[in-house]
Design a protein around this ligand. Structure first.
Ligand code: IPE
Ligand code: IPE
Ligand code: MG
Length: 251
């Protein structure tokens, strides 16, 4: 009798959508975009869109974890998002802080390991405390590594890596790609295999620009608050139909 590899409802849904459970991407990055457009279309304030976006993230984290993804990295606030109106920025900081605190118990129960990426020293004290508490509580968990990119910029990350290389006193001939990798915010994370962007824009917006050199990009028109686990699994299925070549010839 054939033994099914399916272990949970996410895997069952994934199989029904054509996902090969034996070739799940190890690291998925997500540019969660379109909260503002989602709210505008409904006549709501932008912050309401961000709140609904948080609900969407909860579903996607669970789906990624059940599918067997090892790393999920999400863009929650970019280094350039400070350019937005002060009310929106402060509302977002508060929302992320509340969400981080509310979700911690469930994430810990689900064996999720929380990491952050970005210039965390520059975010409000309450949010920084929530994030450091989350990381400390979940540090030894062995399930999915969930990384929140906050006050994150890809160029800023490279600048910070160069600064720490210079501070370490390395000489030019000792600097390789591996050296730069080792000085990124999360040096132990593999490069993303798949980057998903919602709400239709075909750009990186300064997200993981070093790490995504050979990442497969999948863009969907669905706005982030409407993005369901099914959409996530569809993106994985699209990813699995790509041929990754890394510059080589692949027959
Ligand atoms: C993404 O949604 C969330 C953040 C950038 C914090 P947006 O707020 O960028 O939504 P749009 O692009 O205005 O629709
Ligand atoms: C990228 O989205 C940042 C996040 C999703 C947090 P933006 O909405 O800030 O990107 P642009 O401005 O459209 O490039
Ligand atoms: Mg946007």
């Amino acid at each position: 009798m054939a033994v099914s590899a399916v272990q949970n409802s996410t895997q069952a849904l994934a199989e029904s959508l054509g996902v090969d459970l034996s070739r799940v991407p190890e690291h998925v990055a997500v540019i969660m975009d379109g909260n503002g457009r989602w709210a505008k279309a409904k006549g709501f304030a932008r912050l309401l869109g961000h709140r609904e976006g948080y609900r969407a993230l909860r579903g996607v984290l669970l789906a990624a974890s059940e599918l067997g993804v090892r790393y999920l990295t999400v863009y929650a606030f970019s280094a350039e998002n400070w350019r937005r109106p002060k009310d929106e920025v402060m509302g977002l900081m508060k929302l992320i802080e509340t969400a981080a605190r509310e979700e911690l118990r469930v994430m810990h129960q689900n064996n999720v390991r929380v990491h952050v990426s970005g210039r965390i020293s520059e975010v409000p004290d309450g949010l920084r405390k929530a994030l450091t508490d989350g990381m400390a509580t979940t540090a030894t968990n062995t399930g999915i590594t969930f990384t929140l990119a906050i006050n994150y910029g890809g160029r800023a990350e490279i600048v910070d890596a160069v600064k720490s290389i210079v501070a370490a006193g390395l000489s030019p001939e000792d600097v390789t790609e591996e050296t730069i990798q080792a000085h990124l915010y999360n040096p132990g994370h593999p490069d993303p295999d798949l980057m998903v962007r919602t709400a239709g824009e075909m750009r990186w917006s300064n997200f993981l620009i070093w790490q995504s050199a050979y990442t497969e990009l999948v863009v969907t028109d669905v706005t982030w608050p409407d993005f369901k686990p099914q959409h996530f699994l569809e993106a994985v299925e699209t990813f699995q139909r790509r041929t990754r070549k890394f510059g080589a010839v692949v027959e």
